[in-house]
Write a protein that binds this ligand. Structure first.
Ligand code: C5P
Length: 255
């Protein structure tokens, strides 16, 4: 009679992991600590971003990509803050560009991870519903999924001026209704994203968007609705907006 497998030798279902590139210096935010370590509502932005990923029942592992020399500091930060216990956490040192940091995060993934969400530490307030929607679209078979919003502004393509402040000739005005501003987490079938990072060479500053690399492979990429609270904290005014969103959440939780 065949023996019933014990819980230890039964194959485990494929897991979903979140990779959080957090190795940027955040120069546009002004002088101070690396952007991911700036504080929002008394808590570092990176901790907000980690909690946002771990809040999703789909995510069982969070890989944080720390500044190249900052992994011990980030590990210490994780120990200091309460994080959901159903999730595992790993910290790895990052690289010179975002693309390199994401690749280093992918290399740290255990074998049983089949779905990867890549989420910027600079988007600390993404709601869990957006994370869940991206993860489930990948689990349902899409190789690459991007949350995105329609644009409020009309966009012009220009010939960038050699000198800052010089007038720039307009080349084109894309139809606004066909444009979307993309956010994170972007979700991927792991093999597709690993192949994109192995095969798509990007010069200079590297890719700012993983889905763009998958597009260059020729694989399909789809967009799902993003959320206005998933905005990226880039400039000083974004910090003011982020504090306001946190204050509104706290007020709503009080009722
Ligand atoms: O600079 P930007 O806002 O586009 O960075 C997006 C994300 O990529 C941030 O979370 C930043 O910490 C991360 N990053 C990184 N490694 C780099 C540069 C940026 O992990 N070398």
């Amino acid at each position: 009679m065949p023996s019933t497998p014990s819980p230890t030798d039964r194959p485990r279902p494929p897991r979903t992991a979140a990779v959080i590139p957090a190795a940027g210096r955040g120069v546009r935010l002004g002088p101070g600590a690396p952007k991911a370590l700036r504080v929002l509502g008394g808590t570092p932005m990176l901790i907000h971003a980690i909690r946002a990923m771990a809040a999703s029942r789909a995510v069982s592992l969070v890989v944080v990509v720390a500044p190249p020399d900052g992994a011990p500091e980030v590990k210490h930060l994780l120990d200091e803050h309460a994080l959901p216990e159903h999730t595992d956490y790993l910290v790895v040192p990052g690289g010179e560009t975002r693309q390199e940091s994401v690749r280093l995060g992918l290399e740290a993934l255990p074998e049983d991870v089949a779905v990867v969400l890549v989420h910027d530490a600079a988007r600390p307030l993404v709601p869990v519903d957006t994370v869940d929607a991206v993860a489930s679209a990948v689990r349902d078979g899409a190789p690459a999924v991007v949350p995105a919003l329609p644009l409020a502004d009309t966009v012009k393509e220009v010939e960038p001026a050699g000198t800052p402040g010089e007038p720039e000739p307009v080349l084109a005005t894309p139809v606004r209704a066909r444009l979307r501003a993309v956010q994170t987490p972007q979700g991927f079938d792991r093999d597709t994203l690993v192949r994109a990072h192995a095969e798509v060479a990007v010069d200079g500053e590297g890719a700012t968007d993983d889905a763009g690399m998958v597009e260059r492979l020729g694989a399909p990429v789809v967009v799902v609705p993003g959320h206005e609270e998933a905005f990226k904290v880039t400039r000083p005014l974004d910090l003011v907006l982020a504090e306001a969103v946190l204050a509104r959440r706290r007020a709503n939780d009080g009722f």
